[in-house]
Structure formats: structure tokens, C-alpha cells
Ligand binder design. Sequence first.
Ligand code: ZN
Length: 480
Amino acid sequence: MTLLRVSLAIRPGIVAALAVLALSATTAAAQQRLMTPAVERFVSVNAAVVALTHARLVDGTGTPSRNDQTIIIRGAQIAAVGPAATTTIPDGAQIVDLSGHTVLPGQVGLHEHTYFGGVKRLTQMSVSGPLLYLAYGVTTAMTAGSQLPYHELNMKSAVDAGVLPGPHFLITGPYLNGGPPRNGMSRNVSSPGEVRRVIDYWADEGASWIKFLGTESREVLGAGIKEAHTRGLRVTGHLCSVTFTEAAALGLDLLQHGFITNSDYVAGKQPDVCPPDNMRVQADVDVASPNVQSTIKRIVESGAAVASTLGVYETFIPEHPLELRAMELLDPDTRREVETTHDNLASSGFVVPQRLLRKMMEWECDFVAAGGLLGAGCDPWGTGFLPGIGNLRNYELLVQAGFAPEMAVRIMTLNGARILGIDSRTGSVAVGKRADLMVVRGNPLTSPAAIYDVVTVFRDGIGFDSARLRQAARGHVGVD
Ligand SMILES: [Zn+2]
């Protein structure tokens, strides 16, 4: 099984050996950048200079798309962007004619996982996750809590060493929480001293963000945010016990999920207590009401960003069918369990009514209209929501929410890069930035569903064949 070679590669010793190999090979490369066989077999475009010609370009800034554009890639960077008629193609460049295709920036995912919850099995995606993220155009992925943090750190090392294809990862480490452990995998923190100690540990271990999970106190969250910022880390949270406006005032960098998780709207909310009806009462809250609008204003003024995760909540609508494209990627036992979960959704403890999804969309539109910085993330989950495919479902839903297609792309790319503080390097198609791009067949601006037809994904100027990446992940999601 060829994937096994990739799986083996994430063992640290092998990573180190192959990293040396990759390094010595690169210095010898004149035309092509050499890479390890484990990665090379997924590569379809690799040349010192590449010219993508006659493409429709959505550059990530939110400005209208442009037809018949040429993008010159030199090494890992974008060297030129302009009309095909006037952009000079350097001698010796590999020319890729993209007539009938659309080029977009590689996506920047803000709520990514290398496992998924919601089923009883231990469902890892340490290999299939990176393959799928890259296959569907996610070139930067911030994880938002992990089940096995050391699996995730070793996976990131393998990707960085060039022995496992995947996006640039930013890692959060384990979930931090306040109350009883959730799913048995959170690290409980009950005092400022304790949260400082835990954050220091994960900062030393390689985390660049910290994720809170909803039962922490304001005191612990505030101390955690201060400590993380002192160490150069940023903080995100799926909140509940602390409201959005409270967390924003404490300096939280990124609020996950938006409207549905904001306990600001729960009547009689007790300080520091997660009300059991959070994520339910919002279905009957009026987004246009002065109270909701004033919370949006306060969040925007504080500078806290929001990660949109519409797609995963849609999978909690019982009438919403399972996505076959995703089901085919699951290993057989995991697939059976996901199908059972879906069959029993209506009688499970948590469902999302259609009107609540609509209100989430409204709230996100109002947040952006008020000047808020909105990014997006997948949040893979056992309701059949998988890396990459889920990120692209968000595109369709953001367009349904009312965002112009170019703005939906911006939310998924440049805004994400700004939230992560890496927008000078990636997030839009601009000269000097990393050549992190996705190439889609057709026109997703006029036909949003075309967004899934990803052909090639460039990461640092290397073009990966999307179909080969997907094929390698097939049947493995949930196991490795
Ligand atoms: Zn999550």
C-alpha cells in the first residue's frame, strides 16, 4: 500500500533522515526542485519558472475577478501577475494553459483538525488530513485543538520536512478547558498560575495558538490570553462560559463559530457558567435587534476576529444529506459509524434548525458590514464533515449568506492570513507572496459548486495533483 510509505514517514527518525536527503537534493537542483519520493509522486508541476496563462483570476482581495490573466511563479514565489496579452513569459518557463480555469489563492483554514469527534471511535487523520487539506486547496491550516497533540506536532514536522504532502500548519496543542474534561481529552485549567504554566509548556513544544473550549472562567481566560501574548502566541476559543463581548474585552484574538456559540444572547446568563441552552436559544434570537447589533459593534471595536464555520453546523440539520464525496474517503468502519450518527441525528442531543443556520449567516454579514474581520474554517466532525471538502462547502454557504463570491474567497484566504498575522507572505495572489494557489476547472463565481473541481494546488510554487492526493486518502480517513 503506497500510503503506508507516507505513514511511516511521520516517524521522527525517518523524518530526520529524509530531511537531510531533501536538503542536499535541493542544492543540486538547477531546473526542478528535488523532493522525497513520498511527496514527488503527487507533484504535477515543478519547474524553476512556471507561467500559468489565460486564467480567470480571483486574487483574494475581494476585488472583482479578472479574465485572461497570466501568473508567473519563480521558485516558491509569485513573480508577476497581469493580463496575458502584456505579461512577458520568461524564457524556459513551463507554460500551463489555464483557459477555462480559475486561479484562487490557497485557502487559509482557521478551524482545522487532524481527527474528528462526534463518533465513539478514535478517528485520526494524521496522514489523510494533510492530504485532503492540500487536495482541496487549503495551503495554510491552523488546528483548533487536537486529540493527540504529539501526533499533530510530528505530522507538522513531517510536512515541514517534505516527507508528507500537506499545508503549512500552525498548531494549537490540546484543548484548554475549565470544567470537567470534555471528551476526556481537554486539559483543565482552574487558576491563573495553572493556565500560565500549561501555556508556557505548549509554547515551548511548538504551539503558536492556544484553544479554549468553553467552561473556563474569565479570570483563567484573561490570564491565559496575557501569557500567550507575552510568549508571542495568539488565542482562540469555542466559548460558552465567557461571552463573546467579555472575551473580546479580555483581548481574545479569534472567536470560533460566530453567532451560534455566543452566550451573550442567553437570558439570565450567570457569569463564568456555560448555560446548557447555549447553541439553542440563538435559533429564536432576532439578529437585527439593538442588543445583538450592539454586541457586534463591541466585538468589532475590540479587534477580535471571528471564524465562520457554517458548513459544520449545516451537518447538524437532520434533513441535510451526507456528502457522498466525503463518505467515500472514510475507512469502512468509520463510515458505518458516521452513517449511524447521521441516521440518529434527529433524536440526538443537538440539532441545528434551518432557521438557525440562516441567522448565523445574517450575523456574519452584519459583523463584516460593521467592519469586523471574518475568516473561515472547516471543523471536521463525525457528522460526515471532512478536511478540505468542508472548507469548500463554506464557500457555497458564504455565497448563500449574501457575500459576493470574491468576498467569500477573501474571507477564506486573505482575511484568514491577516488573522494569523501572515498576510505579508500568503493569502492573496500578489507579487512577492508565496505561490500558494488553487486551480479550479470552470467558474465558481457563476457556479459555486464548481469550487470542488480542484485540479492543481500550488504550495510554495510546487504544483500538486489534487486527484492523486484524494486517491491516496481514500478509505483512510478515520484511521491514519
Ligand atoms: Zn473544532
